[in-house]
Design a protein around this ligand. Structure first.
Ligand code: GLY
Length: 439
């Protein structure tokens, strides 16, 4: 089915996942004039409230049930959000049922689920990345750590819920991390292979690119805030907030495009790289220039919540074009405004989740017709309202002509939400407007 010749054809979409990213995707898809209905499996308390969106009680790992649901309901496009089902081959399973799917196959998503594989791809394409060594046993890893005094970052090869990266200050800490991985086997199979990497000082940005197998299109750059507390202190999290655009990207655009974006684009066009979906490059910019730290094979969370409100074009058209190899037929436009997203979490996050606390919010904020927007993550319906049900509970997103005003509006929006134990960082995007003031 060619999308571009079928503008009047109403589409039914199934979004798989239940986080803030999936709420933002459902919200944006539902705005499409071509969209008749969005199902979200399993969704969350917020997707259940969006117009045109209906939650489906099927878990992300129930591939056969998801395929059956999509076939029975004549779904035109399936959009897969999270990394684990991609790594487990959900796209392969859905495509076997002749469904049109936005997302990479198991093999294609190896760029995310094997850090060693991603490094090898970067080497093949001469994409700059910090130097590294791969170790396939504890003995090997210890030997490499002692041989390479530059190795200060230890990464488990597989998916580890964002917890498989140890940034160390000494060789001793590297050896402790290796003991945690190989002796305590904290990461199970994901930690059978490790990567020892050089620690690079610099500032990071996330570059998300849409891909249809042959063509690659950059989305505006974002920056996320991974540490739990203000001033980038405390443990790593899934992400406490994000903003877009990113001045760092603009300042290094030519180099990022020449060394990272165009080699990927060329490799796709020449069939040297196989991928469709969102290719997400985690980039660090140091004195040596931009380097890729990692690839993800999906939309980022919370980057997506910051990005999609800036998208002027129809997301359904863009994702369908990616799934059907027609991305070159589509022009994707973005509004110039700055976007700021702040995530609210329970006070024990990331050690544990918030459960069963009643969430109160201003009705206008909740209806998402105008900004600030409220995207739910760990929420569900209960006690006659919406209650907490996860670590990252929700996020608020606002747009404004300047980042400072976007952040201000975002925090005003957050003041209209509350639940027991609610916490959030107070400095999201501050880095961006501090840089503006000092320029
Ligand atoms: N924000 C980081 C991620 O989505 O992996």
């Amino acid at each position: 089915m060619a999308l571009l010749g079928s503008q009047s054809y109403l589409q039914k979409v199934l979004v798989i996942g239940g986080g803030g990213r999936e709420h933002a995707i459902c919200w944006k898809l539902a705005q499409s004039k071509l969209c008749d209905k969005v199902y979200c499996a399993p969704g969350n308390g917020g997707t259940a409230l969006e117009g045109k969106v209906e939650n489906v009680p099927i878990a992300v790992n129930e591939f056969d049930k998801l395929a059956q649901f999509a076939v029975d309901n004549k779904i035109d496009l399936v959009v897969v959000g999270p990394d684990n089902p991609l790594a487990d081959g959900i796209v392969d399973r859905l495509e076997k049922s002749n469904l049109v799917v936005f997302g990479p196959t198991k093999d294609q998503s190896k760029l995310e689920w094997s850090k060693a594989h991603a490094k090898q791809v970067m080497d093949n394409l001469a994409i700059p990345t910090p130097r590294y060594v791969i170790a396939r046993s504890y003995e090997d890893a210890k030997k490499s750590a002692l041989e390479h005094d530059w190795a200060r970052v230890v990464k488990v090869d597989g998916l580890a819920l964002g917890k498989g990266v140890f940034v160390c200050d000494s060789q001793e800490e590297v050896l402790q991390a290796l003991a945690e991985i190989f002796e305590n086997q904290t990461f199970g199979d994901a930690g059978r292979v490790v990567l020892l990497e050089e620690k690079i000082d610099g500032e990071e940005l996330s570059l998300l690119m849409l891909c249809d197998g042959k063509h690659l299109v950059e989305m505006p750059a974002c920056q996320d805030h991974k540490r739990r507390f203000d001033d980038d202190k405390g443990p790593n999290t899934g992400g406490m907030g994000a903003y877009s655009p990113v001045d760092l990207y603009d300042r290094h655009k030519a180099e990022i495009q020449a060394k990272i974006f165009r080699p990927l684009q060329k490799a796709l066009a020449e069939n040297k790289l196989s991928f469709k979906g969102v290719l997400y490059a985690g980039i660090i910019v140091s004195k040596a220039g931009p380097q890729v730290l990692e690839f993800n094979a999906r939309f980022g969370d919370p980057e997506t919540q910051a990005l999609l409100p800036r998208m002027k074009s129809d997301l359904l058209v863009a994702l369908f074009a990616c799934a059907t190899g027609e991305l070159d037929q589509v022009e994707i436009e973005w509004v110039p405004e700055s976007s700021c997203c702040v995530v609210a979490v329970g006070d024990k996050y990331p050690a544990s989740s918030s459960k069963g606390e009643t969430i109160t919010f201003d009705e206008q904020l909740a209806n998402n017709a105008t900004e600030p927007y409220l995207f739910h993550a760990g929420t569900k319906h209960g006690n006659g309202g919406v209650i907490t049900d996860g670590g990252r509970v929700l996020s608020v997103v606002a747009l404004a002509p300047t980042m400072e005003d976007a952040a201000k509006k975002c925090y005003e929006g957050l003041n209209q939400v509350s639940f027991k134990g609610m916490e959030f960082r107070k400095d999201i995007a501050r880095r961006a407007f501090k840089q503006c003031h000092s320029n």
